[in-house]
Design a protein around this ligand. Structure first.
Ligand code: GLV
Length: 327
């Protein structure tokens, strides 16, 4: 008897057909997340859920779907899942870190370059027909090479950004809940307090997961410490930042610009104040969006799900304690 699995969106690449061959699969066909009632209906009698970061898995859903044993999130960040509730329900949660590290670091670095050198504004300008002559004062930006990069979070992605920054001769600072002496040695990154990082950095790049401790960690006070020539780069989660405070800092020229891939509410409202500012580069949460990486994420999400459903330890469990009850 094949296990029943509900998949909340079509997956890129071959992973979905591999999953379909092994389980009884129901797929939500739309391009937007299934509404709660549909999710509950689809999960009736299902043992597995393969979902995206847009699907909320909370206590109420787990209560309503007692047959579910495994929740496989096709993302590195799993803040959409109440992991404590899942653990209480004996539900294993898995995610897909590692395979998207370099791709997301590429995008973070792209945002640094795009924000500092005004690439998006320059593209719009070129197309607008306003370009009259080479002009020594046209679209002047800020140098990336030789500047100071402050990384908030030095996990896989933070380190991958640091490696890129070394090629640009950047000074590297980091802050996080703990020090990483081996990374300090290998990458030449220097641990500093959060205020010192904010005061010294030309680019502040966020690479922390969204947790109770990090939610809103960049607010008015933190932005107030940044230099008027500095940029905030966010490829992690929007809720790390107080967006109203960020808007005010940008609009009043208290910081130079921002490169954002993530927002407190996604999709971000096109009328959002941040999107009215020329010194903001705004992307639609595409950090891991390459053909190869999205296919690898889907493969890993399927591996995690199948291994767990078949009683083996999956590659990336979030709450492995549910695998050894009482242990
Ligand atoms: C994307 O934001 C992810 O967490 O994988």
């Amino acid at each position: 008897m094949k296990a029943r699995v509900y998949l909340t969106r079509h997956l890129p690449g071959e992973a979905q057909s591999r999953l379909k061959a092994r389980v009884q699969l129901t797929v939500w066909p739309a391009a937007t997340p299934p509404p709660r009632e549909e999710l509950v209906r689809g999960l009736a009698g299902a043992e597995g859920l393969l979902c995206l970061l847009t699907d909320t898995v909370d206590e109420a859903l787990l209560d309503a779907c007692p047959s579910v044993r495994v929740v496989s999130v096709c993302a590195a960040g799993y803040n959409n899942v109440d992991v404590a509730a899942a653990t209480r329900h004996g539900v294993l949660v898995t995610h897909t870190p590692g395979v998207l590290t370099e791709t997301t670091a590429d995008l973070a670095f792209g945002l640094i370059l795009a924000a500092a050198r005004r690439l998006v504004e320059a593209d719009r300008f070129t197309r607008s027909g306003k370009w009259e002559a080479w002009d020594p004062g046209l679209l002047l930006g800020h140098d990336v090479h030789g500047s100071c990069l402050g990384l908030i979070g030095l996990g896989r992605i933070g380190r991958a950004v640091a490696r890129r920054a070394r090629g640009f001769s950047m000074e590297l600072l980091y802050h996080g809940p703990r020090r990483h002496p081996e990374a300090e040695e290998e990458l030449g990154v220097c641990y500093v307090s959060l205020p010192e990082l904010l005061v010294r950095s030309d680019f502040v790049s966020l690479h922390a997961p969204l947790t109770a401790a990090t939610r809103g960690m960049i607010g008015r006070a933190e932005l107030g410490l940044m230099r008027p020539t500095a940029f905030l780069i966010n490829t992690s989660r929007g809720e790390l930042v107080d967006e109203q405070a960020l808007y005010e800092a940008l609009a009043e020229g208290r910081i130079a610009g921002a490169g954002l891939d993530v927002y407190a509410r996604e999709p971000v409202d096109p009328g959002h104040p941040l999107l009215t500012l020329a010194n903001v580069v705004a992307l639609p949460h595409i950090g891991s969006a390459t053909l190869a990486t999205r296919a690898r994420m889907a493969e890993l999400a399927v591996d995690n799900l199948l291994e767990a459903l078949e009683g083996r330890r999956p590659p990336h469990p979030v709450n492995p304690e549910v695998l050894t009850p009482g242990g």
